[in-house]
Design a protein around this ligand. Structure first.
Ligand SMILES: C[S@@+](CC[C@H](N)C(=O)[O-])C[C@H]1O[C@@H](n2cnc3c(N)ncnc32)[C@H](O)[C@@H]1O
Length: 232
């Protein structure tokens, strides 16, 4: 299993606080608008229960939950993140009042066990220092029979593909990040953290080892983006 690089949580929080004001614009640019489609695809992996409770960890600027509350008024949505600036962008968006936004660390959530019917994250796990602990926390707060959903970038499997796309990930993205957000280093980190993250296969194995059942995954974009799901 590939080892995930350890980053200090304070550095990660600091970085997301710095780029929060340009986060949505940068996402659209570097993914050519596909990020919205990926989040919708993630949400399509599960049926959201009527009057259910949904937790989005590392919610950032709130895209996943705002997509949910747009179509479902009867679902209680909680968005948790440790970057206040990301949460502030979320709080200022349309329909933001329908979501409960909370400052929280994904490694120690203040919710009781079995609190949510669905626990989800998008582009969170490769940022956390300890993926196993983060997944265990998600397992703890999930109801028995509840669903886990995860969307993240995934390292390229083939060396030739990695070499071909390296100029985009390590050249173009940091340059755009510098021009648009003023923080190119944060976007270099995005590429590095993807490169060092667990493969989709290893992440699925880890989820199963924690206790999730019916674990599965699918990959898109030449394997650079992975969707994972599981059940408690
Ligand atoms: C790449 S952003 C993804 C935001 C959002 N989920 C999306 O789909 O755009 C990662 C988010 O995870 C948050 N994050 C990273 N590590 C965290 C941790 N240990 N606890 C809580 N939030 C964390 C960051 O502050 C950031 O907002």
């Amino acid at each position: 299993m590939r080892k995930y690089i350890r980053k200090q949580p304070d550095d990660i929080r600091f970085m997301f606080n710095l780029v929060a004001h340009r986060y949505n614009l940068m996402n659209s640019l570097i993914t050519f608008g596909y990020d919205k489609y990926w989040r919708r695809t993630l949400l399509n992996q599960t049926r959201l229960p009527n009057n259910g409770r949904v937790l989005d960890i590392g919610t950032g600027t709130g895209d996943l939950l705002l997509e949910i509350v747009h179509d479902n008024t009867d679902i209680m949505c909680v968005g948790a993140d440790f970057s206040e600036n990301m949460l502030n962008v979320a709080r200022a968006r349309r329909n933001a009042d329908s979501v409960c936004w909370l400052a929280a660390d994904s490694l120690s959530l203040s919710f009781q066990k079995n609190s949510f019917d669905v626990v989800m994250s998008a582009f969170l796990l490769r940022n956390v220092g300890n993926v196993t602990s983060a997944l265990k926390e998600q397992y703890r707060v999930l109801n028995k029979g509840g669903n886990l959903l995860c969307l993240d970038t995934s390292p390229f499997r083939h060396t030739w593909l990695r070499s071909m796309l390296k100029p985009y990930f390590f050249g173009v993205i940091p340059l755009l990040g510098q021009l648009i957000s003023g923080h190119g280093a944060a976007y270099k980190y995005l590429s590095e953290s993807t490169d060092k993250f667990l493969s989709a296969e290893d992440l699925a194995e880890l989820m199963s080892s924690i206790g999730f059942r019916n674990v599965g995954f699918s990959k898109v974009m030449l394997g650079s983006v992975a969707f994972h799901w599981g059940m408690k």
